[in-house]
Design a protein around this ligand. Sequence first.
Ligand SMILES: O=C(O)c1ccccc1N[C@@H]1O[C@H](COP(=O)(O)O)[C@@H](O)[C@H]1O
Length: 211
Amino acid sequence: MKVKVCGTTSVRDAVQSAEAGADALGFIFAPRSHRLVTPQVARDAGLQAGVTVARVGVFMGQGLDEVLRTADAARVTAIQLHGPLPGLYVRQVAAYYPVLRALRPADLGGPEGVWQGIPGVTVLLDAPEPGGGVPLDWAALREVFPPGAWLAGGLGPENVAAAIRMLNPAGVDAVSRLEARPGEKDPEAVTRFVQAAKAAAQGRGNESYPQ
Ligand SMILES: O=C(O)c1ccccc1N[C@@H]1O[C@H](COP(=O)(O)O)[C@@H](O)[C@H]1O
């Protein structure tokens, strides 16, 4: 199971997340985010995180040209797409980069649910307000959580293990609960988040849950 630490805005935070064992770093290029980072800072931070750490550019509401230009400049290795989007747009991005397609639970039964099982596109289930720190209702998702999907939405050191044990996601992703203040990581929270997620992933399957 993969652990993504999102909202990285500095070399220091990137290196600390990598040392804590994160598998992926997220760099947010959505214009109105408190965690907005420039492609140049993202490139430097991502490269200094080292060879084993994936670098994910996060976008919401931007045109295809801007997404691809920014991703190239930042040297990211994958792209995360939020918000309502035409299927063609997602496929065009996926022609250049592996895609994490962020969906809300309400999207799962609709046309967006089709991304499950499409090569190069991985579903990331997130809260309706990205970056808002509000957890999803995991119990309500147990029957519908897509196999192979990632989970986000209000995850942190204190609750990530429970979420993993309940939904068995292929990856977890967080930002709000890992910060000392918006855009600045709390190193202790990052370390505890990564450790809790990895430990739960190793131990999962050992516990049973009532139906
Ligand atoms: O964090 C943001 O500011 C943000 C802005 C625009 C799109 C995505 C954003 N963050 C993503 O939100 C989820 C989880 O956030 P949280 O842990 O609930 O605060 C994660 O996928 C981030 O990449």
